[in-house]
Design a protein around this ligand. Structure first.
Ligand SMILES: [Zn+2]
Ligand SMILES: [Zn+2]
Length: 323
């Protein structure tokens, strides 16, 4: 069955091969599914979710989802792939500009941006601290709908976000750039990469003006935008995002030093739970040693269900937290 967060369409077809009904449908809504809609094929409109990549999947309010995740899993605020860049108790001071946003709700001391209305064409979030050569910007995906094909826009502008304060910003990024054409804009309007929930993103540019992204400390990819190297010295570059695609929430950490990047360091990375794709896999089943999150383990642990491992069907004798 496909669902939110997977690449397959969020639809399932149930087929009966015996006719001694009537049958009553029952389902348990747990893990990553939080809403189920039963669709009668005959009432479907011409254009269904399956054929329209721009339509919105069944999805709750982004800000509510993100707040719920933060409350249920405090470890989410910790970095796992880029944690080696920061000493353990560092204050992450970077934040989104609260007075310059468009279709975005900020939370967690303005460090998390969430799309407000998923049907709008754009959702700008500006950072009011300029980025210098040698800096890396670290952030983390907090909500992601991989049923949408486009990803997100990342760019730099010389337009000081505070000068856009409380203005009504146009719905199209192109129009925004035209409206402020006295400023320079360097954007990649649809980053070509695949993302999933809780991915950590590092953005930076080099002395030649090439802009890079590393996802989860993997080898960097070059973005489609290019800062003119000869001008770079004189430009004050503010990073900004348009969360119009599959990434609908971003957690901002801080700038780190590019010289400390080390793409081989992945040892501390913990994987996502392969049942819900929402929480970190922090629990282990014994004796098979398969891992999943504590929330999904709690469902398995229920006396009526405690039986076999959902991955390999081996009998479970013990469920323990991972060290
Ligand atoms: Zn889980
Ligand atoms: Zn197992």
């Amino acid at each position: 069955m496909g669902g939110y967060g997977q690449t397959t369409p969020p639809q399932a077809v149930l087929t009966m091969n015996e006719h001694c009904g009537p049958y009553h449908l029952f389902c348990e809504v747990y893990g990553k599914t939080d809403q189920i809609e039963i669709v009668d094929e005959s009432t479907l409109p011409d254009q269904t979710l399956l054929n329209d990549s721009s339509s919105i999947s069944i999805h709750g309010n982004v800000i509510d989802l993100v707040n719920k995740k933060l409350q249920s899993n405090t470890r989410l605020s910790q970095l796992q792939y880029f944690n080696y860049l920061f000493p353990s108790n560092i204050q992450h001071t970077l934040s989104f500009c609260p007075t310059t946003k468009h279709n975005v709700i900020l939370t967690n001391n303005n460090r998390i941006a969430c799309v407000n209305n998923l049907k709008n064409k754009s959702s700008y979030a500006f950072i009011n601290t300029p980025m210098k050569l040698g800096d890396i910007l670290i952030c983390k995906v907090m909500d992601c709908d991989t049923n949408i094909s486009s990803t997100l826009l990342f760019g730099f502008t010389t337009c000081n976000p505070t000068s856009l304060q409380n203005q009504t910003l146009p719905e199209e990024t192109v129009a925004l750039m035209e409206q402020h054409s006295s400023s320079r804009w360097f954007v990649d309007n649809d980053i070509t990469a695949s993302f999933s929930m809780y991915d950590e993103l590092a953005f930076w540019f080099d002395a030649n003006g090439r802009v890079y992204l590393s996802v989860n400390n993997r080898s960097p990819i070059q973005l489609k935008t290019h800062i003119v190297a000869s001008e770079m010295k004189h430009l004050t570059l503010y990073p900004f995002f348009d969360l119009y695609g599959q990434i609908t929430s971003l957690y901002l950490y801080s700038f780190a030093a590019q010289t400390n990047l080390n793409f081989n360091n992945q040892s501390n990375a913990q994987s996502l739970c392969l049942i819900c794709f929402e929480h970190l896999a922090d629990t282990q089943l014994l004796p098979c040693q398969c891992v999943l999150c504590s929330q999904c383990a709690a469902v398995i642990k229920r006396p009526s269900l405690l039986s076999d491992c959902p991955f390999d069907r081996k009998h479970i004798t013990q469920i323990r937290p991972l060290p």
